[in-house]
Design a protein around this ligand. Sequence first.
Ligand code: IMP
Ligand code: MG
Length: 312
Amino acid sequence: MMRPLEAREPAPTTIEDARFAHESEEEFAGILDFYNVRWEYEPRTFPLQLEDDGRIVEAFSPDFYLPDLGLYVELTTLKQGLVTEKNRKIRRLRELYPDVQIKLLYKRDYLSLLAKYGVGGLNEVDAMAVREVLISASEIERRVSALGAEITRDLAGREPLLIGVLKGVTCFMADLMRHVALPLSVDFMAISSYEGDRSGAVRIVQDLTENIRGRDVVIVEDIVDTGMTLNHLVRQMKLREPASLRVCTLLDKRARRLIDVPLDYVGFEVPDEFVVGYGLDYQQRFRNLPFIATLRSEALQTVAAGAATPER
Ligand code: IMP
Ligand code: MG
């Protein structure tokens, strides 16, 4: 039985620590970091052929191991000679170690690989504007599923009405409701805030279609920032006499709170920075990013130059 050999030193897991053999490896590590996918650089060597005395005469050390995906990755160029040799070794490795997942990647394959693991939907223009991914697509998925389970438990035996606040809530609502295992209905409302209105008054521009009287209502929000919007909404909804009223927000920017509104379910707390993605916009853009990210200051300026008033 052949076993892989662990590297003598713990394998590097950051760009600073790794001494990459090729520029393309550093670029790939950068992409993985960008998407919050953990990696180890050349952590293991797989013996491929042994002499009778046990001496290793052929071995293969894949460039990367991605522990979250359980996948080894070997990067390659288009040089045919090299590809043929690598393919032969990888075939041999798969024969000897059938449990090992390994993929030979050409540069053009990077993005399609990552797309498979839930970071699709990203285009180059928007990718350039992103400063940092704060919450990855898979972290969101896990958390939203947990929130759905909590709501399911708390409202067991009832038929809740989930009320989403457009437009930022679209992704969150779509995912959340599929994790609430109860007979439920969904409704939406849109509200608008006026720039320069120092009272921070909000106006309902699109009202509910459902009557909420006597219903078990859960208000679903993308982000609670100052709390002005939510405070207004909660007060409006209470006037309509629901049986119960809960609030579920994906993000809580607690540091900026002016009005303390009780939150029953919170996905993540975020720092006092403007965030986009997974439904949240900056002047209507970036809603389709599959993760929550901050933007580069240049991006905030360029987009601002093309739009007059911020909208929610
Ligand atoms: P609040 O009334 O200050 O709590 O603001 C809530 C609304 O402002 C949210 O529903 C969002 O539409 C918007 N908002 C606040 N912070 C952010 C952010 O960081 N990114 C995107 N939208 C935000
Ligand atoms: Mg908005």
